[in-house]
Design a protein. Structure first.
Length: 297
């Protein structure tokens, strides 16, 4: 038995005629008949019976045809998947990111990327940057977005973007009328700070410490976006990353440039050891282009 015999059998079943089957296969009628005879000998039973000018499939042929159809559907599916893999439109990936970036930027990236890739499947994990690195290193995530570079041998880190920090204040705050807030302007102000485990906290604290500017550290928030809630409640001012600013949902919170400039970094974390799916490589390129066009508020 070979694939040509199976194709001839399938063509005769579908066309109901040896002649039309030959036309479908672009071979002569005798060639089709010969392939069918060979297939019958291999199967050990008749596949067709002639009634006048017509040929009718036997019951055995009908059962066999069902199996052949399933086989060809499977082959077609394999071909579709192979084509989709080649065209970077099929596959599944897990994307991990620090909380601020998973609120809006990663969903926006995925929505734009998926517009022409309906067979791509995503899982998004919101994790602290340190855990993002561990997740990629242990292959629990395919790629990650972090505010710090990876320090594990299993991963490589690519700096994607540097973005300036911003000062956020309640609209009734006396400093809200200024376009730019200098660190010195916040001397002795109630301050909503990030938690000590946040790497961004160190950058911000260093600015005030180096300039010997005292603050009244009133609240520590676990995530940068949480600081907006406290600023909206007039519990203090804060210095935050621009991604959180884009996620701001409080109309009473105003955003102002902050000096001296504090830059937040966005790092791509990916595994060293294994070559990723073409789909993942395509998404990484998409993320690079997306962030290259990303503008501060």
């Amino acid at each position: 038995m070979n694939i040509r015999q199976i194709e001839a059998f399938q063509a005769v079943m579908a066309a109901g005629s040896v002649t039309r089957a030959g036309e479908r296969l672009s071979i002569s009628q005798p060639a089709v008949s010969q392939l069918i005879a060979q297939f019958e000998r291999h199967c050990g039973f008749k596949l067709f019976e002639r009634q006048g000018s017509k040929i009718l499939p036997t019951r055995e042929a009908e059962v066999l045809y069902g199996e052949v159809q399933r086989m060809f559907v499977g082959v077609a599916q394999i071909d579709r998947v192979a084509s989709a893999l080649r065209e970077q439109s099929w596959g599944a990936m897990c994307v991990a990111g620090f909380p601020a970036i998973t609120r809006r930027m990663i969903p926006d990236m995925i929505c734009k990327f998926s517009a022409t890739r309906p067979d791509a499947h995503f899982r998004v994990e919101s994790l602290r940057s340190r855990i993002v690195i561990d997740a990629v290193a242990t292959q629990h995530a395919d790629i990650g977005f972090s505010v710090i570079p990876g320090d594990r041998s299993e991963v490589e880190s690519v700096l994607l973007h540097r973005l300036p920090a911003y000062c956020i204040l309640h609209e009734r705050h006396p400093l809200a009328e200024r376009e730019t807030i200098h660190a010195a302007d916040l001397a002795n102000e109630f301050f909503v700070s990030l938690g000590p485990q946040d790497s961004s906290r160190n950058k911000i604290d260093r600015i005030f410490d180096d300039l010997n500017i005292p603050r009244r550290l009133r609240i520590e928030a676990g995530e940068s976006e949480t600081t907006f809630s406290f600023v909206a409640a007039e519990m203090g001012v804060a210095v935050v990353d621009p991604i959180s600013v884009h996620n701001n949902q409080y109309s009473e919170v105003v955003v102002r440039r902050f000096e001296p400039i504090v830059e937040f970094e966005i790092w791509l974390i990916r595994p060293k050891a294994r070559r990723p799916l073409n789909l993942i490589e395509a998404f990484v390129k998409h993320a690079l282009d997306y962030l290259a066009d990303y503008s501060a508020p």
